[in-house]
Design a protein around this ligand. Sequence first.
Ligand code: HPA
Length: 280
Amino acid sequence: MKNRPIDNYSVEMYQAAADYILERAGTRPDIGLVLGSALGNLAQLIENPVIIPYAEIPNFLTSTVASHAGQLILGTLEGKRVMCMSGRFHYYEGYDFEDLVIPMRVMQCCGVQTVILTNAAGAINESYRPGDIMIISDHLKLTGASPLRGPNREEFGPRFFDVSDLYTKRLRGLVRTCGENLGLSLREGVYYFAVGPQFETPAEIRAMRILGADAVGMSTVTEALTCGHMGMDLIALSLITNMAAGVLDQPVTGEEVDETGRRSAADFSALIREIVSRLE
Ligand code: HPA
């Protein structure tokens, strides 16, 4: 993997990526969407799509996970202009935390002001069930560096920034209303960021529960922090794909994660559509 100084991207490098994307797309997106494991098929909802493989975008990162398609899709959803990452980047793939700011900064340079992050997660909260959708209200990230470590890019945000409303409270209310309209009973809880790629041990899950976490996953938080630094509005949703390690007397498997993703795709898609239709 490359060995470069922490965040040596100039603003011009982010802008070059954005310019390339906007040139190909022909319009500026307002809403950013990041599709997590097993949720990639949501990308098919996007109308008049312009599809750009990550590898073609200057200064972008490339995806290494089989269930992640690795392409940007620009188009419309419910009449809104969206920019969708089908496939995201994770720390466990070998990127440094500091690399993981790149996609969200490029989105912002493209004009995106509101971001919807999605992921698959394991349930720590024993009242949750696979197939449930959880609105992330807050997170715990107790391991590893911040993606905002290193020289601060003042153009994007301040050195020290507040994260007490990272998962925008006003938008969480909007998501709850969308759930009610669709007859979906949504959960709302705290997401624990685990570095992966191994699933957790039962002892780790017990510890996370004591700390106040409801679900666990290996993504989202680096992107959320990057959005917070830039003052973007943020919604983050977890599809509960499995009970976390040790909750049931059975192993956690990637197959179960993918299978629940497939089974719940319709509910999840309906919710995303409803949210996008109601965003300003
Ligand atoms: N742990 C971590 N990440 C996950 C899980 C889990 O149980 N399920 C889906 N992503």
